[in-house]
Design a protein around this ligand. Sequence first.
Ligand code: LLP
Length: 429
Amino acid sequence: MNYFDYRGGRLHAEGVPLATIAAEVGTPAYVYSAATLRRHYKVFAGALASASPGVKHLICYSLKANSNQAVIRVLADLGSGADVVSLGELRRALAAGIPGGKIVFSGVGKTAPEMRAALEAGIRQFNVESEPELEVLAAVAGSMGLRAPVAFRVNPDVDAETHAKISTGKKENKFGVPFERAREIYRWAATHPSIEIVGVDVHIGSQLTNLTPFERAFAKVAELVHALRDDGHAIRSVDLGGGLGIPYERNAPWPHPDAYAGVVQRTVGNLGCELIFEPGRMIAGNAGVLMASVIYVKQGQDRKFIILDAAMNDLIRPAMYDARHEVMTEREPAPDSAFEKVDLVGPVCESGDMFARDCEVPPLAAGDIVCFETAGAYGAVMSSTYNTRPLVAEVMVDGDRFAVVRPREDLESLIARDQIPEWLRGGAA
Ligand code: LLP
């Protein structure tokens, strides 16, 4: 469910015509809907509250999905915490108004300076992924005279049944500590005076459309919590990560948050633990579109190419994960319009720079605007300046208002970041 719809034949984001944004801000641009962000957060929170009444929940929105501060602020205002994986994300979360006490720090490669900053911010917990990481954290916390709150991320060796590049819970993946060794690792960790064991963490992958892998992983976590308590650890929180899948293609089956919340209740609902969640995609995915203009319509030997001003550097998901993002034209297709099969491509010099192959679209001409749906998560955050293409503008719509929440990158300053070393400055021979 989102708020990108046709009104009077023109595509709107909530109350604002996309054409108005395009005229003012230009294309390509990401457009986010605040109402959709709020709705998704509330649907998720509501599902958890009704499946597990009386169980404390903390939703830590996973910033990696979309870390624009306006997006974070919308969620912070609803009470969201943050899941961060770098000093940069930590700073963004704090700058957007998320209190340290609602921040969890994930990731396999936290550095000592990152740990120090997180401890200074008083974060809720570190999701520790290895023994060497724990040793560094213990040393950093000790040097600050603090105790670091720790949950180990366990690797339950469960197949998430999602794309291999975003599957994280199998033992061949780099994530988490081996499930079999978890008790031993907790026992060892508890001997460090500057470490406070607070919980257990798991995250098995992203874009899960089948709930069974969650059920398997969460059941293993519940088993572990009992074992750890038997070993004398005071386990008070369980962090279940993110990963809930969303529909990218119209009419695709997808798991409803209510069903996910049912799995949560069945597996870990009665542990007496506070439950932490790190949803990213299910909050932000359908809350954003990438808007692009047609540059050329090109007839190839036997295919028609619609060449857009957006490219793989702006939205890498199709090239990287073979992801399909549905397309909406800015003008609503007439009921009798003859759709044709085209390839929607960008101007970057790679054949992989393709948004959609054999896509059915109404007739398009140069200057027309199209939007790729479900681009609110892992869109702008994964963009690059490949081919020296400046990062695109990001816009937030909220009711009838809209604002640029990140201006289009300026080409001059992009180029000015390079520096020619002194010894090359003599001029061409
Ligand atoms: N927590 C942890 C520890 C994670 O690694 C992730 C995602 C999340 C939470 C949020 O997962 P979500 O609820 O968004 O599924 N770039 C890929 C997705 C990478 C996900 C990485 N980790 C894509 O575009 O599909």
